[in-house]
Design a protein around this ligand. Sequence first.
Ligand SMILES: [Fe+2]
Length: 370
Amino acid sequence: MEHNVRQTKHSTSRRSFLRKGLVVGGAGAIGAGLLANGLPLPAFAEEGRASLTRGDVAILRFLAAAEILESDLWQQYNELGGIQDSEVPGGSGSAAYIKALEVLDEDMPQYIHDNTEDEFSHFTFINAYLVFKGADPVNLDKFRTLPSSKASGAQHIGRLTNLMQLSVDTSYWTRYRSRTQNPDFGDTFAQAIPGLSKGQFPAIPRNDGDLAPANHIQAIANTAGFHFGYIEQGGSSLYPTLAQGVTNLEVLRIVLSIGPTETAHFQTWHDKAGNAPALTDPTNGLVFPDLNASGGEDTQTNLIMPEPTVFLSRKFPVVSIIRPTQIAGSGGAVATIKSFTADGLFIGQSQEFFAVLNQLAGQADAARRG
Ligand SMILES: [Fe+2]
């Protein structure tokens, strides 16, 4: 009892000390320990005192860059296929493209809008936090040089990413259905839509000529549907992979709080892509097969939750997990940029763009906890 009382007294006095310390800290550094409305935010301010390691800054800076890139591509999708409003302004929509997207789910425009808004919030937050901690935010504006779609509904502004010549890797589909393999063990996975990984295909209409015939614009919407899943499974692996290199607990909290929203996106897109109708694009021969035709689990469309598979060691029981997550493995920052490059997202970008991105990625992958 005596012991308990002492403990309580101790923790009370420690709390009041911290509170006093915070007031002094807040007065001494206005803005550092205060919210925008002037109210102190104790847990945040307390944690915020610990400085970030070079590795923490590198991880956050790479994630800011990745989120800027994601925002740029999602913005292009939203202008033509989403909902344009005060939350996600820009563009005026393409009726034929939206109609084709709605074949996958009638709520596709809402989901595209929400995914876009989320990505903007991610990089805006991470950059604001970097500034708060005295680190440099990331700005890729000088690389907004790629062309916009000429289809009615798109803004005519410079872009960071290309969505009109994509080679989409759909191996995530079989990777998340495998019960025996894991990319962290060096395993590789079959393409769900083999044609999409060969050649270059638009995921948004390039111009109004792409709005017909019906199976062509549907193929473009199908491509987008599988590309959404590809992008967001990347984020789903990137965050837990980089989290393992984080030192500061508050940075870990940021990474662990943003990362799973990428997985929430992935889960939605994984489900919707399964509704993409089987067809052949009459203009280029791109085939979307019936994924349920084989009767096998590797492509079954309703298996959208991760199947349990091997993790850490084959001696352990299988477990349902995000894959990959091996630090500096295929889920890391350098691997993400390599994958985005193979996807065609950066077609037309400058050498300087790749140099900047690869430097940010290399520094993030090199971060080590401690
Ligand atoms: Fe994001």
